[in-house]
Design a binder for this molecule. Structure first.
Ligand SMILES: [Zn+2]
Length: 265
């Protein structure tokens, strides 16, 4: 062994190595303490967000903000009407809901996001209608490509936590958007304008899976059907179905992962 012969340089090297090691251990312990038991459990199931327990429904516009207008129909009234219908359907399925507004009142986009970010285990569904004088029609559902998480994910920089941390809200938002869009098209037979990425404030500024549905155009092409009870029922049923389908898939994935959990790769 050359230990006895090591000079001052060798000793310094040893000290640096031990300091580095101690720092690593200390930061690891620190992060472990920061993780609450609940979070530890959920991060253990890589890539499987727990099925949500609350649906935040966000009827677009309200109060002095009418949104799009076509004849006597205001977007703010239509969004509230559809949200209320969805609300009833989800509650009938035993899901908890939260409306960002319940009447014709103005709620800022910041407040809508803040309410959602204070809730736990939720998803966010914003309801809007499009505006265009052109002869266009159809339904589209948006998700944000990058979501601002106000409470930063604690462990994203630690290499061995990369798997669970890679479970980004964006992927969840994208699949929620797809389920809602598919259900909407299947039920309403409206032209399919697809799912699209867009940094709209309310879906960008929430950390939960979030989508914004544009349920049709307030124009000559679509206003007549949007005015009917039947069509509104179909839209609400479709949004509710999309949400429930998304939840079922989360549950299935959790089951699959729970079965395979004793054999980590
Ligand atoms: Zn709108």
């Amino acid at each position: 062994m050359s230990e006895g012969q090591s000079g001052l340089g060798g000793a310094m090297k040893n000290i640096v190595v031990w300091l580095g090691l101690a720092l690593m251990i200390a930061s690891f312990v620190w992060w472990q303490l920061l993780l609450s038991p609940r979070q530890t459990a959920s991060y253990g199931r890589a890539n499987a967000p727990a099925p949500f327990t609350l649906v935040v429904l966000d009827p677009g516009h309200g109060g002095q903000d009418s949104g799009a207008i076509c004849g006597a129909i205001y977007e703010k009234d239509l969004t509230l009407d559809i949200a209320q219908r969805v609300d009833h359907l989800l509650q009938a399925q035993g899901l908890a809901t939260l409306m960002t507004r319940v009447g014709d009142s103005y709620v800022s986009l910041q407040d809508r996001a803040a309410v959602t970010n204070r809730a736990r285990d939720c998803i966010f569904v914003s309801i809007h209608f499009n505006e265009s004088k052109k002869p266009v029609s159809g339904i589209e559902t948006y998700y944000a490509e990058h979501q601002t998480a106000p409470a930063p994910r604690l462990v994203s920089w630690i290499p061995f936590f990369q798997g669970p941390a890679a479970e980004s809200p964006t992927l969840a938002s994208q699949s929620l958007a797809r389920f809602i869009q598919e259900a909407m098209i299947a039920r309403t037979k409206a032209p399919d304008r697809g799912t699209k990425a867009e940094q709209f404030f309310v879906i960008d500024h929430v950390s939960a899976p979030a989508v914004l549905v544009e349920g049709g155009f307030l124009n000559k092409e679509e206003i007549a059907k949007l005015a009917t009870n039947d069509y509104r029922d179909q839209m609400a049923a479709a949004i509710s179905e999309g949400i429930l389908r998304y939840r079922d898939v989360l549950k299935e994935r959790q089951l699959t992962l729970a079965v395979s959990e004793p054999h980590p790769e």
